[in-house]
Design a protein. Structure first.
Length: 218
């Protein structure tokens, strides 16, 4: 294997010892870089569709699509990620596993400042689907309420520049939590998106996108 950072052997000498041409080595490096860029684009696209995916869920999803990748590489490549600090919910957690149309409407009101009018037959289908996956949701809620997935102690350890994007009208994770995370990461920048709720990454993507591009260019 060629090590570009070898302290004593140049790339030319390493290629000679490995009996490969230098051009082959550079072609391989370019191919790997192009593959990494494709993977990064796929991760970013998927995150906009499922902004609740952390590195574990993202790695599992990519493996189902045929990518050979582990969680640690996903963590290195993710431009977007989600983080949470411990806070006791002020809303009814049972709404996450709604069993009635009334509960579902309340849940949508939590997620979105202006919830859509959902036809009755769609509501019934959503409730059936929710019932099938309720055990997954309950397990995730249990972990959240126990504080097992919070990052309070990890956030101050971050050294890179961080852009925090928050929906101004988020009722599930209020803006006060975003402001607290901003305090825990001294080198962070907090962008509050007016009129957006908990689903800001997907529903307000056209406003968030330019802010992310500007931040990355800095």
């Amino acid at each position: 294997m060629i090590d570009p950072g070898h302290p004593r052997l140049s790339i030319v000498r390493q290629c000679e010892l490995a009996s490969i041409s230098r051009s082959s080595f550079y072609r391989e490096r370019v191919a790997k870089n192009e593959e990494t860029l494709r993977l990064m684009r796929r991760i970013d696209e998927q995150f906009l569709e499922t902004p609740w995916y952390g590195s574990r869920q993202m790695a599992r999803h990519l493996r189902r699509q045929g990518w050979r990748i582990g969680r640690h590489r996903v963590r290195r490549l993710m431009l977007f990620d989600s983080a949470g600090i411990y806070a006791k919910p002020t809303w009814d957690t049972a709404l996450f596993t709604s069993t009635t149309p009334e509960q579902l409407h309340k849940f949508y009101a939590l997620l979105m400042p202006i919830p859509p009018q959902v036809p009755g037959f769609v509501v019934r289908d959503i409730l059936r689907s929710t019932k099938k996956r309720s055990w997954i949701t309950q397990r995730a809620l249990g972990s959240m309420l126990a504080g097992r997935d919070v990052t309070d102690s990890l956030l101050p350890q971050l050294k890179m520049p961080v852009l925090i994007v928050w929906g101004e009208l988020d009722r599930i994770t209020p803006l006060s939590q975003g402001e607290k995370i901003h305090e825990l990461i001294p080198q962070s920048q907090l962008e509050v998106i007016p009129g957006c709720g908990h689903l800001a990454p997907s529903q307000c993507a056209t406003r968030i996108g330019p802010k992310v591009v500007e931040f990355v260019k800095q």
